[in-house]
Design a protein around this ligand. Structure first.
Ligand code: SAH
Length: 222
């Protein structure tokens, strides 16, 4: 390992710790598993080379194909809302850079992630291999259909803005199970948490967010 590499790895480790201490804890992220995962995943590897030095800043960043990687706080908030203990099988719709999937994979037993853009999926897959995430399975598809062959899932997270909660996702949610999804129009959405328990579903609103569009059969048509 060269001295330069070690120096920069160390710089990012400090930036990552600072991100947790200044952006997450003061805003109410208290789940130790989530804080530890955010402290471990090298977010700078999931963004473009030119944006590396902004990877731990308090805002979303553009990735390829006109998509975005969410602000660290939103990733932490959505992960915390799933209430993972460690044994869960989690479905993610919208792999994008792969960052959210990596955070989930640090906590859950297995992560299934669906992406509709092949270039994004290919890059994310390469990173998962390089970083040794053997518990992430991905596929290229319209994720609004879920992943029927692997259902049910203990938790489902949708990282793109949906006009409504896609029915296949509720069907593929285990009982008990938690689904977190931004629901609204294309400009602003409400982060929504649906809990399935004893055959009943309850819905809770977690606040305003802004995501790129979920495009597919049970999302937007374009
Ligand atoms: N979780 C990602 C954020 C990605 S942005 C990360 O951590 O970087 C949202 C992603 O959802 C985009 O990559 C977009 O291509 C994808 N997407 C949009 N509609 C989709 C659909 N129907 N199925 C699967 N992926 C979809």
């Amino acid at each position: 390992m060269s001295i330069n590499f070690r120096q920069s790895a160390d710089t990012y480790r400090i930036s990552r710790q600072r991100m947790v201490e200044t952006q997450l804890i003061p805003r109410g992220i208290h789940d130790k598993k989530v804080l530890e995962a955010m402290n471990r995943v090298p977010r700078h590897l999931f963004v473009d080379e030119a944006l590396k030095n902004q990877a731990y800043s308090d805002h979303p960043l553009p990735i390829a194909e006109g998509q975005t990687i969410s602000q660290p706080y939103i990733v932490a908030l959505m992960t915390q809302a799933l209430g993972l203990k460690g044994h869960e099988r989690v479905l993610e719709i919208g792999t994008g850079s792969g960052y959210q999937a990596a955070v989930l994979a640090e906590i859950a037993s297995r992560v299934y992630s669906v992406e509709r853009k092949s270039a994004l999926l290919a890059r994310a897959r390469r990173l998962f291999d390089q970083l040794g995430y053997k518990n992430i399975l991905c596929k290229l598809d319209d994720g609004t259909w879920g992943w029927k062959a692997e259902a049910p899932f203990d938790a489902i997270i949708v990282t793109a803005a949906a006009p409504a909660i896609a029915p296949p996702l509720v069907e593929q949610l285990a009982d008990p199970g938690v689904l977190v999804i931004p629901v609204g129009d294309e400009f602003s959405q409400t982060l929504t948490r649906l809990v399935k328990q004893d055959g009943e579903t309850t819905v809770q609103e977690l606040g305003g967010v802004r995501f790129v569009k979920l495009i597919g059969e049970h999302g937007w048509k374009s």
